[in-house]
Design a protein around this ligand. Structure first.
Ligand code: PEP
Ligand code: MN
Length: 263
């Protein structure tokens, strides 16, 4: 179903009028984790002003250590909805388990499947049965074929609203958090009709690399970006070192407007 041969025209996914996979370059931005009402509303206001169209924020966090902050869970989704009410920005947030689906159907506009769950086939099958766009992040060691097959699991059940996201893969390099695989974009465009966005924040782990790799994302033909932004990265409960301050994010969007269409 994802195959370009069976469906030559690009799939465009409409999120409350925002079209992903069309002419415009769509930016999703926000903190790694939702932390407080002030934090999420402040960040939401700032990113909207700069030109982001979708608010991201983790509520259920897949942390490497069980002793790290695990997210505000359902309360985090409520805080995202307060920020949505104020700014009008639709919400994308990560779901980790099947039993969270009803909550997410009610509270988010796009359901994110994280890199660690890309091959959780039981979860993908359940997400295939619902009518809600899915942002599927590439597993950190997934081949392009495996990435496409995970999208296929969702589509096989009848949910064709799949947006792919490249967030860097594991290589021998340790200077960056992951290695951004830019070649995945033309490969996905050749093999499938699905939109694909780039997450330069998790790909690099370093805020100061985000701008150059965002420009690269535009150059290779990605449909948009997912960027981590925090009002106080030094105090962030997760992923501070890769998070842009709102001023830096504003500069990034201004820079990208020179090369691409951002509403
Ligand atoms: C995230 O977007 O905060 C996240 C955990 O991403 P990934 O699944 O790509 O590591
Ligand atoms: Mn993160």
């Amino acid at each position: 179903k994802a195959n370009r041969k069976s469906h030559p025209e690009n799939t465009i996914i409409d999120i409350n009028g925002i079209k992903i996979g069309g002419e415009d370059f769509v930016i999703m931005a926000g903190p790694c984790s939702v932390e407080t009402p002030e934090q999420i509303t402040e960040v939401a206001r700032a990113i909207k002003k700069s030109g982001a169209q979708i608010l991201r924020g983790g509520a259920f966090k897949p942390r490497t250590s069980p002793y790290s902050f695990q997210g505000l869970e359902a309360q985090g989704l409520d805080l995202l909805n307060i920020a949505k009410k104020e700014t009008g920005l639709p919400i994308v947030s990560e779901l980790m388990a099947i039993d969270q689906i009803p909550l997410f159907l009610d509270k988010v506009d796009i359901i994110q499947v994280g890199a660690r769950n890309m091959q959780n086939f039981a979860l993908l099958k359940e997400l295939g049965k619902i009518d809600k766009p899915i942002l599927l992040k590439r597993g950190m060691s997934a081949t392009i074929e495996e990435f496409i097959m995970s999208a296929e699991y969702i589509m096989a059940g009848g949910n064709n609203k799949v947006i792919l996201c490249e967030r860097g893969i594991r290589t021998f390099e340790t200077y960056t958090r992951n290695t951004l695989d830019l070649s995945v974009v033309p490969a996905i465009k050749e093999l499938t009709h699905l939109p694909i966005i780039i997450d330069p924040s998790h790909a690099t782990g370093k805020w100061w690399m985000v701008e150059s790799l965002s420009k690269a994302a535009v150059a290779v033909g990605a449909d948009g970006l997912m960027v981590e932004v925090h009002n106080c990265p030094e105090k962030a409960l997760s992923d501070g070192p890769q998070s842009l301050k709102p001023e830096k994010f504003d500069k990034l969007v201004k820079e990208l407007r020179k090369f691409t269409n951002i509403v």
